[in-house]
Design a protein. Structure first.
Length: 573
């Protein structure tokens, strides 16, 4: 029997201790576990492995190594998997309605597996966009000792002597529509853009949330960096397994790590790297799980005064592999720490503070992947919050790589993404217009779709700086151009975006943070009285169920009351 741990105080006592649990133990014996292994802490090793996309395909291998780390440190690992919806494949059609819903399903399914089997700790491995916040949400919801690990990024492809990513391919669709590239060129690019296992390689949502995992303290320092095919990932997987057992020994839990200050650190890492606007949705959702108030406005305030130093695609020049080769996310964190941008006293899964973890990191010279804070790419973050009479609950725009921070023009309204995409591919829009895609919010979509197919097509047509686009849906981390998402309240609940008519003049100013329509309050109120709610096509199933409870994007599009309403935490059973 393992004498290091007192099982009488751990959740697994309900399934492994005492004569009345003999039937429960028989199932464990059936899977080859010894008495000693049953007497040890049971550690869930959760992954989002599947064959849907390269993002997740290497997670099974890494999970096996994480299990070895757990076992070597005195625990008994129990592997399980959950779903993912991979945005790159779901993008641009009805499948994207499933994407954000999957975040909740991932968190819920991990919670239910851990509760149902009374596991004592959790190692979570994730690859694609929504799976990273989904796993982290489950960790703070359950509050058992937990370590997060990213599955790693994809290697860049090569086409015509330059590095390419899937973003280039989405934009190539726009070029193909205008005849700029041929069928053969599009196919050639398609065959080389994604050459390995791993998540999309630039600072899109997956790499953004991987950066968050280190910045917030739930992952081992440096674990987000190595690309998925690199064997070094196995070292981090083993160490993650060991680390969760040390957390069990010391009693350090996720809510000791995820605090208001660590959430602020995570938001600053996103802003400093020009990360995805989706972080403004996922950070409030993670905060919600542990009862911390942290809205889109809090995230936007942090973005407002954080220096943008990461020269990463889509706003910059480099991909995750390039960042890894100069030292990874620890370089960004160290530079922010040394200049007083981050709270250095936040606890992490190492049992040390984020400041202590990065004491030995040195900023590399003679590189332009990460700029010094004192000489940033720009003095404010790569993402900006907007507010105004068109977005009383706020909106988000990614300004990394933008030369012009204001735009004014007439609205061109579309009530579905498909309608807008068809118009764009046909070239049926005018320079100077503000394209409006509405009824795509959390309730109205339902599911708050990303709009990469549409925005990439615009950019591929060479018109990315000639129009703006606003939506109550979301944008991919790969989106670039003047694209405003998360507009709230959404159209489906009578938000101002649903009251717009073609020709209304919309004014966007990312410099001062405003999103306005040039209509009087009286005119907006008159239109509101005439507005009628719409019924979606989803009147049954998981997407209908999601629409019944989902909150606004302002608070993370969450679906339950969260930590503030808890009476009992799983870890305390």
């Amino acid at each position: 029997m393992n004498k290091t741990f007192d099982k009488s105080k751990l959740p697994s006592r309900y399934t492994t201790m005492g004569p009345e649990r003999a039937p429960h133990r028989s199932y464990l014996h059936a899977m080859g576990l010894s008495d000693e292994e049953i007497a040890a802490p049971l550690v869930g090793v959760a992954t989002t492995w599947n064959e849907a996309a390269p993002c997740n395909i290497s997670l099974a291998r890494q999970a096996q190594v994480a299990k070895k780390g757990v076992a070597a440190a005195g625990g008994t690992p129990r592997e399980f998997t959950t779903i993912t919806v991979t945005d790159g494949i779901a993008m641009g059609h009805e499948g994207m309605k499933s994407s954000l819903v999957s975040r909740e399903v991932i968190a819920d399914s991990v919670e239910l597996t851990m509760r149902g089997h009374c596991y004592d700790a959790l190692v979570g491995l994730a690859g694609c966009d929504k799976s990273l916040p989904g796993i982290m949400m489950a960790m703070v919801r359950l509050n058992v000792p937990s370590v997060f690990m990213y599955g790693g990024s994809i290697l860049p492809g090569r086409y015509k002597d330059r590095d390419v990513t899937v973003q280039d391919l989405f934009e190539a669709v726009g070029k193909h529509a205008t005849g700029e590239i041929s069928d053969e060129e599009l196919h050639d690019l398609e065959c080389v853009a994604c050459p390995s296992a791993g998540s999309c390689g630039a600072q899109f949502t997956a790499n953004t949330m991987a950066s968050v995992s280190e910045g917030i303290g739930l992952a081992l320092p440096g674990s987000a960096g190595a690309p998925a095919p690199y064997e070094l990932r196995d070292t981090f997987a083993f160490k993650s397994g060991e680390a969760v057992m040390e957390l069990l020994r010391t009693g350090l839990r996720p809510r000791d790590i995820v605090t208001r200050k660590s959430l602020e650190n995570a938001a600053r890492v996103v802003a400093a790297t020009g990360g995805s606007t989706n972080a403004a949705l996922h950070l409030p959702a993670i905060a919600h799980e542990c009862g911390i108030e942290f809205s889109i406005h809090d995230v936007a305030d942090i973005f407002k005064d954080t220096p943008y130093i990461g020269n990463l695609k889509p706003g910059g020049a480099y991909v995750a592999k390039d960042l890894y080769e100069i030292g990874g996310i620890p370089i960004v964190i160290k530079e922010l720490l040394d200049n007083g941008v981050l709270h250095d006293d936040c606890m992490t899964v190492t049992g040390k503070t984020i400041g202590e973890n990065h004491e030995g990191v040195r900023f590399p010279e003679n590189q332009d992947v990460v700029f010094p804070v004192k000489m940033p790419i720009s003095p404010t973050g790569g993402v900006v919050g907007l507010k105004g009479n068109l977005a009383p609950e706020g909106a988000i725009v990614k300004v990394a790589g933008l030369e012009k921070l204001s735009f004014e023009g007439p609205a061109r309204c579309f009530d579905t993404e498909e309608d807008c995409f068809s118009a764009v591919v046909a070239g049926d829009y005018k320079d100077g217009e503000v394209l409006v895609i509405r009824y795509e919010g959390p309730k109205g979509g339902p599911g708050m779709r990303e709009m990469l197919a549409t925005t990439a097509a615009i950019y591929g047509q060479g018109r990315g700086d000639k129009v703006a686009l606003i939506t109550d849906g979301r944008f991919s981390g790969a989106t670039r151009g003047f694209c405003i998402g998360h507009v709230g309240p959404e159209a489906a609940v009578g938000g101002p975006i649903g009251l717009l008519k073609d020709g209304d003049i919309i004014s966007i100013n990312a410099d001062v943070g405003t999103l306005e329509v040039k209509l009087s309050d009286e005119e907006l109120e008159a239109r509101r009285k005439q507005w009628q709610p719409r019924e979606t096509d989803f009147q049954s199933g998981a997407i209908w169920k999601y629409a019944q409870t989902v909150s606004s994007a302002e608070f993370g599009a969450v679906t339950h009351p969260g930590g503030a309403k808890e009476k009992k935490i799983f870890a305390d059973i």
